[in-house]
Design a protein around this ligand. Structure first.
Ligand code: SF4
Length: 289
């Protein structure tokens, strides 16, 4: 389940792009060739997706900049949980109408991208990248296509069984690390768009999760927040088949990890074993979203 508030990833982007001054500054100045700016709307999943997108770009030699006018690649990671989300993004994209040149590459990511698809190219022809949240595993290939001269690239698959894992994730907090263990949702609540924008549930193998937790602990992180739209619906796809409660206990046992939280959990899959694990293991915080 997504949360009903917007987060601006100020720490990652460091700029206020919503002001008229910022809109007027679009495409002003001479951006460096491999520079990017990313603005995020929505839940913690989106915030962490942006951290991973930033990691993909940093791994390709891009430099993150703090203002739109300093960026060659401008990305909006969007959320569609709120009414009029698409209009809000189109209004933001409309600010680029005055600057039809090739100086900037504009990309729309996330749930609005998944929902609107090619409509974004039709209504905002200056946009060159549209990638839905279920297709992030293809993002490095899409960026490569842009780099090699393709005018428009799009990723909108929802039938993937891949999760979005990156070699580098540009984490924003020096102590607490978000870590996605399951993407998508199979629950199909009548009012919710997430199963359509993020695709079916795909879990990450437990060994891969624990390897990353150990790497994060070695890097000095002491708190892990496991993420998923329905995080406790986690199903280990590896032969180990460990349960969500067992995964929690294993994450908490990694030396250096002092606190473990998870969000967002679904009541249907909230078994007694999760409650017992939280009760028994001090590192598992008494905190359920
Ligand atoms: S469909 Fe999934 S993400 Fe949406 S509210 Fe229901 S459980 Fe949460």
């Amino acid at each position: 389940m997504t949360q009903p508030f917007d987060i601006r990833l100020e720490m990652l982007t460091g700029a206020n792009a919503s002001s008229p001054e910022a809109a007027a500054a679009l495409c002003a100045g001479t951006p460096g060739e491999n520079t990017f700016y990313i603005e995020t709307f929505g839940c913690q999943m989106n915030v962490h997706d942006s951290e991973k997108v930033a990691g993909v770009l940093l791994g390709r030699g891009y430099q993150q900049v703090e203002t739109i006018d300093a960026a060659r690649l401008v990305l909006y990671n969007t959320c569609s949980i709120r009414e009029k989300a698409a209009q809000k993004i189109y209004s933001r994209l409309g600010a680029y109408r005055k600057y039809p040149g090739e100086e900037k590459i504009i990309g729309v990511l996330g749930c609005v991208a998944q929902q609107e698809g090619e409509e974004i190219f039709e209504r905002s022809p200056w946009v060159r990248l549209v990638c839905g949240s279920a297709s992030y595993s293809k993002l490095p290939d899409l960026i490569h296509e842009l780099e090699t001269g393709n005018r428009r690239v799009m990723g909108l698959d929802t039938d993937t069984d891949a999760t979005f894992e990156t070699e580098i994730t540009r984490r924003d907090n020096p102590f607490r690390a978000y870590l996605t263990i399951i993407e998508g949702c199979d629950k199909a609540c009548s009012y919710c768009v997430v199963p359509f924008t993020r695709g079916p549930e795909r879990s990450r193998a437990s060994a891969s999760v624990l390897k990353e937790v150990r790497r994060l602990a070695d890097a000095g992180y002491s708190e892990i927040q496991l993420l998923g739209q329905t995080v406790n619906s986690y199903r280990d796809p590896s032969s180990k088949r460990i349960s969500f409660a067992e995964l929690l206990v294993s994450v908490a046992a990694v030396p250096g990890i002092r606190r473990v939280r998870f969000t967002t959990s679904h009541p249907r899959d909230f078994g007694r074993d999760i409650v017992e694990a939280i009760d028994a293991v001090p590192e598992l915080c008494d905190h359920v979203h």
